[in-house]
Design a protein around this ligand. Structure first.
Ligand SMILES: [Zn+2]
Length: 333
């Protein structure tokens, strides 16, 4: 697939460093592309590698010269792509890499290596690699890609030009998802939040997760008045390992409460999901109090390591507020 620097979202500062490096021929012998998963590091590493191998005089990568064609066909003899074999990058792989870097360039230009998940080098492999970093053979560019910078030896990091990839603001990512995935505005914003601003996460199944979380929020709120202890505990248990999705769940619940309140107070109509239908008889001020309870609970989530207990306490309190107008005792979150 043909990728260009322009196709990578939200990384203008990283990409401008890289294209300037190519343009001015100030290419370092080693780079470390560092940042969370889903920010575009791998794509960028591949475009950068192609740009370094491209023999066009103008914009690189041009996509049309012979080296670009070979790169696109996954068939460039001076390009080495290395990923963990199983959990680790093994010493045999490292020896293979060092051998191929020691050979003369086939195309008369640079040799380029992209190493994916570079933190998967163990100490032996990393020490072998360090020698290559210290004395890179000929005209070589090594591009390390890592989502876990801290897992790399400091001696390796210090020999690389570090290029940082950062998550986007969800507000900035949302319109791009709206266009690319044909989502509605709210859905796109939720997908951007759930992906924590990392386009790769949102494009790789994030939208399905948002829809699944939506369904769960609606399911919870349509049953909240009739849920017994066991059902609450089971719901919370299901969320035990889903901390990352929790902000979206809470956001969705508060939306349902806002809509429910508006409807009961006669402020809005027609937009309410089935979720609050059973709440017709609940006084508006209780729904408002429930909404406040949720707002107050949210910051506590950051300091509470136990998602399950947090959710249990929250749901029991919401039930109590909706039913009686006050929470059960002191919230434990
Ligand atoms: Zn080219």
């Amino acid at each position: 697939m043909e990728i260009k620097f322009e196709d990578i979202w939200g990384q203008s500062s990283a990409l401008s460093v890289l294209s300037q490096n190519v343009l001015r021929d100030r290419v370092a012998s080693a780079y470390l592309f560092s940042g969370p998963r889903g920010t575009g590091k791998t794509k960028s590493a591949m475009v950068f590698a192609q740009a370094l191998l491209c023999q066009s005089g103008a914009v690189r990568p041009c996509g049309t010269c012979r080296p670009c064609k070979m790169f696109g066909a996954d068939n460039h003899p001076d390009f080495v792509d290395i990923s963990p074999d199983g959990a680790m990058i093994k010493i045999e792989q490292m020896r293979g890499l060092m051998d191929s870097l020691s050979l003369k360039s086939y195309m008369g230009g640079r040799k380029v290596c992209v190493m994916h998940d570079a933190e998967a080098m163990n100490r032996t492999t990393a020490n072998a690699f360090l020698k290559t970093l210290e004395e890179p053979p000929g005209d070589t560019a090594l591009i390390l890609v890592s989502s876990n910078h801290a897992g790399l030896l400091p001696t390796i990091i210090s020999r690389c030009r570090v290029v940082r990839f950062v998550p986007m603001e969800p507000m900035e990512l949302a319109p791009m998802l709206e266009e690319r995935l044909g989502l509605g505005r709210d859905e796109a914003l939720r997908a951007a939040m759930l992906a924590e601003g990392c386009p790769g996460n949102a494009l790789g199944g994030g939208v399905e997760s948002v829809r699944a979380v939506d369904d769960q929020a609606i399911g919870l709120m349509s049953r909240i008045m009739v849920m017994d202890t066991e059902e609450v505990v089971n719901f919370a248990l299901e969320w035990k390992n889903r901390r990352a999705d929790l902000p979206v769940l809470l956001e969705r619940i508060s939306e349902i409460l806002r809509m429910g309140q508006g409807r009961i107070l006669g402020l809005s109509s027609g937009t309410m999901p089935g979720a609050m239908e059973t709440h017709g008889e609940i006084p508006g001020e209780r729904i408002m109090e429930c909404y406040d309870l949720l707002l107050e609970a949210r910051p506590a989530l950051r300091f509470n390591p136990n998602v399950q207990l947090f959710l249990e306490a929250l749901i029991f309190n919401m039930q109590s507020v909706l039913e009686k107008g006050y929470p059960i005792g002191t919230p434990t979150y």
